[in-house]
Design a protein around this ligand. Structure first.
Ligand SMILES: NC(=O)c1ccc[n+]([C@@H]2O[C@H](COP(=O)([O-])OP(=O)(O)OC[C@H]3O[C@@H](n4cnc5c(N)ncnc54)[C@H](O)[C@@H]3O)[C@@H](O)[C@H]2O)c1
Length: 268
């Protein structure tokens, strides 16, 4: 994977974010910073990382914060960069899902706002703070052939709902389409400056986001059966594998991409 630098993962307390943090450790990252609103979950993931780390030098930081608060996010990103000395990979995984029964006509402003605040604004706050740091730091060199790789690589988690419409997902769909727009424009702004920015678009992934007994679970289970060519749920690790690839030196020519990780859902 050519991953030797320092990573920051939002939403690291659960699901895809947790799987990314573990993958970074497994492929040789020098350190990982974990950000999440759920402090208890963060501590569990931190313990896991420290107990699995055979490298005494591996550094793990954790920050309990709300991605909707721009100052908290900026402080955490700056503290990470100061402690690690640089910030090489940023994964924006914090997110929430919501179904508006009856669609846009019945959607409450407060539900719309909450979903946009976490999924879009939170991603923007973190991406902005990360880009400010990355623009100042020297290129990371490949551990394989010594070539300069990048100043930094940012991966935003969108969704198949960022590529196509999904019924009753008014705010979620809008937020994920916007994350893809944010990814593309930022990729263009910093391509020559050595920052790569990509998105992944997961399909139906078995994580705590799919709350048992909820409308989201009912619909996604149906979609796995009827609309997912591969015919099964994805795992958080399958998404993390793609994200770590997009962060590392093996993907040095990829920027501005929105990569489906959806078992063929959006190929139809
Ligand atoms: N699971 C799926 O099927 C699926 C599909 C497509 C996209 N996604 C996206 O993947 C990302 C990760 O989802 P997941 O399935 O791992 O969900 P998850 O619920 O397992 O993890 C999300 C994490 O984000 C954290 N979080 C939520 N709001 C936060 C806030 N305001 N501040 C800080 N942290 C906050 C949660 O505490 C949780 O630990 C999300 O952006 C989600 O939209 C998931």
């Amino acid at each position: 994977m050519d991953i030797s630098g320092f990573a920051l993962v939002t939403g690291a307390g659960s699901g895809i974010g947790e799987a990314c943090a573990i993958s970074f450790l497994e492929v040789g990252a020098a350190g990982v910073a974990l950000l999440d609103i759920n402090g208890k979950a963060l501590e569990v993931v931190k313990e896991k990382l420290i107990s699995r780390s055979r490298n005494q030098q591996f550094q793990c930081l954790s920050f309990e914060l709300d991605m909707r608060k721009e100052d908290e996010v900026a402080d955490a990103v700056q503290t990470c960069a100061r402690t690690f000395g640089r910030l090489d990979y940023v994964v924006n995984a914090a997110g929430i899902a919501f179904k508006h029964i009856g669609g846009a006509a019945n959607a409450e402003t407060s539900d719309w706002q909450r979903v946009l605040d976490v999924n879009l604004n939170g991603t923007f706050y973190c991406l902005r703070a990360a880009a400010q740091q990355m623009l100042q730091q020297p290129y990371l060199e490949s551990v394989i052939d010594g070539r300069p790789l990048q100043r930094g690589s940012i991966v935003n988690i969108a969704s198949l709902a960022g590529l196509v419409g999904v019924s009753q997902s008014t705010a979620y769909c809008a937020s994920k389409h916007a994350v893809i727009g944010l990814t593309k424009t930022t990729a263009l702004d910093y391509a020559k400056a050595g920052i790569r920015v990509n998105a992944v678009c997961p399909g139906m992934i078995k994580t705590p986001l799919i709350v048992p007994g909820s409308e989201i679970e009912r619909v996604t289970t149906e979609n796995v059966k009827t609309l997912t060519p591969i015919g099964r749920w994805g795992t958080p690790e399958e998404v993390a594998n793609v994200i770590v690839f997009l962060c590392g030196g093996r993907s040095s020519l990829i920027t501005g991409a929105s990569l489906p990780v959806d078992g063929g859902y959006t190929a139809q």
